[in-house]
Design a protein around this ligand. Structure first.
Ligand SMILES: Nc1nc2c(c(=O)[nH]1)N[C@H]1C(S)=C(S)[C@@H](COP(=O)(O)O)O[C@H]1N2
Ligand SMILES: [Mo]
Length: 300
């Protein structure tokens, strides 16, 4: 099996070797034993060609560090990452309290997931994330009866964050998912990219990744996870609810009020960088059942 990552690197060079071998074994076993679904999904993942680490680390949105695409690469280097990084877990959960990131993910499978990433601004990349399923973390925490949503919050370090000092949008940046979205196996808590620890501009040391939703749902540098009963506030939805819905599922048929969402500009495609068609749920059809019976133009 061959797969091109960058012209000079083989996948074994950029993925922790154990992980890479594991995944290969899984793919081979699935193909051999007739596990068509797993083989199919693995093949779909193989077919995506990830962007370079350079693309992924130099074209960012992280408003705490400025509104320009190249601001975070420079300004986010001031982000302080204390050891241990702690996450407050609260609400309707058995094991509420202050968790270190290490304890929160200790013993869980850190997997590689190569996902399409589609920003609401109509650009896209492909990112090889490393992370754990959020569901595994929530299971560890013990979600209580009555919890219907999960709320997330980003760290605020005004002294290190020029965007916070200038109040470019309200902070802390907050986001939320319905519990079934949070429990979906595609939803990740990501701690790395290309087998390297998460770069600060990408949301070190841990961020959410929800590949079927617009990028702003994938909140960075998490310091709080809350299990709650009511739909929690979400930053862009608060700023402009007419333009940014709570769900914000990628949907080529529902235009942003100021631009079409039918196509996207592929980052890293070079000078003649093509636009490509945007896919429903960003291509992750397996989430469609979460929204059965909902009008996705109404609940956008
Ligand atoms: N805390 C925080 N999280 C955030 C953002 C932000 O400004 N602050 N921007 C969002 C947006 S709009 C996008 S497209 C992605 C960008 O992730 P990337 O820079 O790793 O590509 O992060 C999302 N998470
Ligand atoms: Mo975005």
């Amino acid at each position: 099996m061959t797969r091109r990552w960058t012209p000079d690197l083989s996948p074994a060079d950029v993925t922790p070797k154990a992980l890479w071998l594991n995944r290969r074994r899984l793919i081979q076993a699935a193909a051999g034993a007739g596990g068509a679904l797993i083989a199919g999904r693995a093949a779909a993942q193989e077919a995506l060609e990830p962007n370079s680490l350079d693309d992924i680390r130099s074209y960012n949105n992280f408003y705490e560090f400025g509104t320009g695409k190249s601001d975070p690469a420079e300004n986010a280097q001031a982000l302080e990452i204390p050891d241990p990084w702690t996450i407050e877990v609260d609400g309707l959960v058995d094991k509420a309290g202050t968790w270190s990131l290490a304890d929160l993910i200790d013993g869980l499978d850190v997997e590689e997931r190569i996902y399409r990433f589609r920003c609401v601004e109509a650009w896209s990349m492909v990112v090889p994330w490393n992370g754990v399923e959020l569901a595994a973390v929530l299971d560890r925490l013990g979600v209580q009866e009555g919890a219907r949503y999960v709320a997330f919050e980003t760290v605020v370090q005004p002294e290190n964050m020029p965007g916070v000092r200038r109040n470019v949008i309200p902070f802390p940046y907050v986001e939320g998912l319905r519990l079934d979205e949070a429990m979906h196996p595609l939803t990740l808590l990501a701690t790395g990219i290309y087998g390297e620890p998460m770069a600060k501009q990408n949301g070190a040391p841990v961020r959410l990744v929800v590949p079927w939703k617009y990028g702003f749902k994938s909140i960075k540098s998490l310091v709080r996870i809350s299990l709650v009963e009511e739909q929690p506030p979400a930053t862009w939805n608060i700023i402009n609810p007419r333009e940014y819905g709570f769900y914000s599922n990628v949907n080529p048929e529902v235009s942003h009020p100021r631009w079409s969402q039918a196509t996207e500009r592929v980052i890293g495609g070079g000078l003649f960088s093509a636009r490509q068609d945007t896919l429903m749920f960003n291509g992750y059809d397996e989430v469609a059942s979460l929204y059965e019976g909902m009008d996705l133009a109404e609940n956008f």
